[in-house]
Design a protein around this ligand. Structure first.
Ligand code: C5P
Length: 410
């Protein structure tokens, strides 16, 4: 599941190659998704692909004429790839993979790829025996050597009825990989640790204390950091979101479990972002049996949870960047600055939990970025765009931190 639509693909020119596998019907949905995100998609089909899905389907979904004939005139094989931001081939059959590996130019798609200098993304789909055959594996290795990106097919039940590897990858994975190819890799050196979501503090086997955090902001931070090349670990409380592709996710439930997971992973991280809404209190005692309704006015005794961010602030390396969040309903800047100092963080991201389209559960956010010297309120943006702006700020802070400590560049 994709958390939200962003404008990241707006205006991007994508040459979408479709080859002849039954999975071509899925490519129709992908073209539709790209077009909805306002990418400009031109579809090139192999002759075999047109036997599975008609060019009319792709023309209607992309809003552009479909190309498949290398002899149609107009030097399409040179003109088509000249101005594209990326080439995406899905499904890529064993035949198309072989053609590209050997550099054949006997149809429009293979000739266009040869004439293209933009990033190429290949999504193979085929029977598992065809996929695991040494010929296909060698051809895929050759394509990797060319610098093409291969999105590995998934395992599962294949159209031929067999079980195994060869099923076209999920769109979310492919979309993330495409966004990564289009993004500046300015976080390639970074090991990022992010916490997200609420924590759940059990009272008895049926009940818990929690809060309204959806995890969307933390997950958006994980996706965007991964796209920009970072190695990302996400420690997540219970949320209803799919793990972002390519991100190592550690699931926890309570604040104590989160504290434990963070302390195990923090030392390796160059940037730690505490986007989780950690419960400040837990039940002083867990009742092994469900608390009976017959207790008319039960008293709930609470114990304070450890402040994970504050303990990170006390124990971090000087070159580690520490980012906290503050969910506030008033005095945003003053509260943010107080937390910045109290928790020894480099940056506090304050969000307004009373705003209509900000904070908990919303797909958009409006935040103020507070550092020792600055306070900057961003416009209302999608959470992914907000995440990108937080990373921009983080990279700048990291650079000045490294300059100050005399370590090598970020
Ligand atoms: O003090 P407050 O809870 O408002 O601070 C919010 C920031 O502190 C967030 O970054 C949150 O993840 C972090 N925090 C924490 N451990 C707690 C409470 C909050 O790390 N027990």
């Amino acid at each position: 599941m994709i958390i939200e639509q962003t404008t990241l693909l707006r205006g991007k020119k994508i040459l979408f190659g479709v080859s002849g596998s039954i999975a071509a019907f899925k490519a129709a949905g992908w073209v539709s998704s790209l077009t909805k995100e306002e990418a400009q998609v031109t579809v090139v089909m192999t002759a075999a692909a047109t036997r599975f899905v008609t060019p009319l389907t792709f023309a209607a979904l992309s809003g552009n004429e479909v190309q498949s004939d290398i002899f149609a005139g107009g030097m399409a094989h040179i003109a088509l790839p000249a101005a594209v931001d990326a080439v995406l081939i899905a499904p890529a059959t064993a035949q198309t993979v072989a053609r590209l590996a050997y550099g054949f130019a006997d149809d429009l798609l293979s000739a266009a790829v040869l004439a293209c200098s933009s990033p190429v993304l290949i999504c193979p789909a085929m029977n598992s025996k065809m996929l695991t055959h040494p010929a296909t594996q060698r051809n895929l290795a050759t394509l990797r050597e060319f610098g093409y990106t291969i999105v590995e097919p998934e395992s599962g039940r294949l159209a031929c009825g067999e079980e195994g590897a060869g099923r076209l990858a999920a769109w979310d994975t492919v979309r993330e990989t495409l966004l990564g190819l289009l993004a500046t890799q300015d976080m390639a050196e970074q090991q990022v640790l992010i916490t997200a979501g609420p924590t759940r503090e059990p009272l008895d086997p049926a009940r818990f204390l929690s809060n309204r955090s959806s995890g969307k902001m933390g997950y958006a931070l994980a996706r965007t950091a991964k796209r920009r090349g970072a190695a990302v670990t996400l420690i997540s409380g219970p949320v209803a979101l799919e793990p972002p592709p390519g991100v190592a996710v550690i699931h926890v439930e309570t604040a104590l479990e989160m504290a434990e997971a963070v302390s195990r992973s923090a030392a390796a991280a160059s940037i730690v972002v505490k986007a989780a809404a950690v419960a400040d209190f837990r039940a002083a005692a867990f009742s092994a049996h469900k608390i009976k309704k017959t207790v008319t006015e039960p008293l709930l005794e609470l114990a304070a949870n450890p402040d994970i961010l504050a303990s990170l602030g006390r124990n971090r390396r000087p070159d580690q960047l520490l980012i906290g969040f503050a969910a506030e309903s008033d005095s945003h800047e003053a509260e943010g600055r107080r937390k910045l100092l109290a928790k020894k963080a480099d940056l506090i991201v304050v969000n307004d939990i009373l705003g209509k389209n900000t904070g908990f559960e919303a797909d958009t956010n409006q935040v103020t970025l507070i550092t020792l010297e600055t306070a900057e309120t961003l416009e209302l943006l999608s959470k992914e765009e907000t995440a990108d702006r937080i990373w921009d700020k983080a990279i700048t802070l990291l650079h000045s931190k490294r300059m100050k400590h005399g370590t090598e560049q970020v």
